[in-house]
Design a protein around this ligand. Structure first.
Ligand SMILES: NC(=O)c1ccc[n+]([C@@H]2O[C@H](COP(=O)([O-])OP(=O)(O)OC[C@H]3O[C@@H](n4cnc5c(N)ncnc54)[C@H](O)[C@@H]3O)[C@@H](O)[C@H]2O)c1
Length: 346
């Protein structure tokens, strides 16, 4: 193996084409795009031409090309069978979220990857945003005090589109909560630790497709902190500022737009414990707080680079399967709560 991991992609036409291939696999130092596969041959050959890759004609054809790792970015309901096929062919796998449709699927995917000795990572790339990492450091250093309350919001406008897989529970596993709330829940667990129990409402407030277009979750963390995730498919893009708010006994960290696909967010920390020495190079003084403004990284590049290095260094990736399984466990508790109207332990 050289110092570049050779990548194949399944589901080349969506997020893979828009972000993960051009911003992640192509520019990453330890990655190289070799082959792509999509059920839509026209879309696939367009991606193959654009990024000078082989257009595989089937998953088997992709597996047979000279690749070490596969990025799976197909609709959620296909992740399980595709991970199984790739693992059996001894390919390392970075699977987009959700890891499966259910806890059981995620557990089976993990078991087969362990059996076959391949790495399994999950595409929860928002953890890599440098502002999120800076916020985590502030919390870990105790500068926020005891975690008290966290809110993570991710919403967009997603109108009815015939056949769109996210709009049917059978192919998406759920709506806004499964699709975008998964990132919010994952981030809040990164900041505040494990969630103990949830209370969730879902609804179709505006759109009448089968999956929910609205979800609000109240979270109770093991450390006693509380939180909220609000995630909607029926709020116009520019009207949702994708807010992240983290409060502790010594201050707060307030961000707009750091949750999402781009790197255009603003984050300010209000620390009230006379920590005048806090001057990591990523922070500069602002009138009312410390602007947390580290050099941004592209989160898709960071996830591909980290996973590629994990393969090269024969270690588990930072975003390994445990995060994917955990996400399924919390999401399952949320949907159970929405169904029963009860608080559900994770
Ligand atoms: N982390 C992120 O920022 C992010 C953003 C968007 C989507 N996603 C995840 O990526 C995955 C794909 O989402 P998307 O928005 O790109 O969806 P999409 O519908 O835009 O694209 C999915 C692609 O998969 C292809 N496809 C469908 N069936 C296939 C099959 N049997 N074999 C191979 N290809 C097949 C489609 O033709 C399409 O090109 C989902 O798991 C989603 O949750 C992650």
């Amino acid at each position: 193996m050289t110092n570049k991991i050779k990548w194949g992609v399944i589901g080349s036409g969506g997020i893979a084409k828009r972000r993960t291939i051009p911003e992640g696999i192509v520019p990453a130092e330890h990655a190289e795009l070799v082959a792509v596969y999509d059920i839509n041959p026209e879309a696939n050959s367009a991606v193959a031409i654009e990024f000078q890759a082989i257009a595989a004609s089937s998953i088997q054809d992709l597996i047979n090309s000279d690749i070490d790792a596969i990025y799976i970015a197909s609709p959620a309901s296909l992740h399980h069978e595709q991970v199984v096929a790739c693992a059996k062919a001894k390919k390392h796998i970075l699977c987009e979220k959700p890891l499966g449709m259910t806890i059981e699927e995620a557990e089976q995917m993990i078991a087969i990857c362990k059996e076959e000795g391949v790495l399994l990572g999950v595409g929860l790339m928002m953890r890599f945003a440098t502002q999120h990492q800076a916020a985590l450091k502030i919390i870990q250093e105790g500068k926020l005090g005891k975690p008290v309350y966290g809110r993570a919001q991710l919403s967009c406008w997603y109108p009815p589109i015939p056949g769109a897989w996210r709009q049917y529970p059978k192919t998406g596993g759920g709506g806004s909560l499964m699709d975008m709330g998964s990132h919010c829940i994952d981030l809040l667990e990164m900041f505040f630790g494990k969630i103990k129990s949830v209370n969730c409402f879902i609804n179709n407030t505006v759109h009448s497709y089968q999956s929910e277009d609205s979800a609000v979750v109240s979270l109770f963390f093991e450390n006693g902190a509380m939180g909220t995730v609000d995630t909607y498919f029926c709020i116009p893009d520019n009207s949702s500022k994708n807010v992240l708010e983290l409060y502790g006994s010594k201050g707060s960290i307030i961000a707009k737009g750091t949750i999402g696909q781009g790197a255009a967010g603003e984050m300010v920390a209000y620390l009230e414990s006379n920590d005048a020495d806090y001057s990591a190079e990523q922070a500069r003084s602002a009138a009312e707080g410390l602007v947390i403004d580290p050099k941004p990284v592209n989160t898709y590049m960071a996830e591909i680079e980290e996973f590629s290095c994990a393969i090269l260094e024969k270690r588990e990736p930072a975003n390994d399967f445990t995060l994917g399984l955990r996400s399924q466990q919390v999401l399952a508790a949320c949907y159970e709560s929405a169904k029963t109207g009860k608080v559900v332990e994770v």
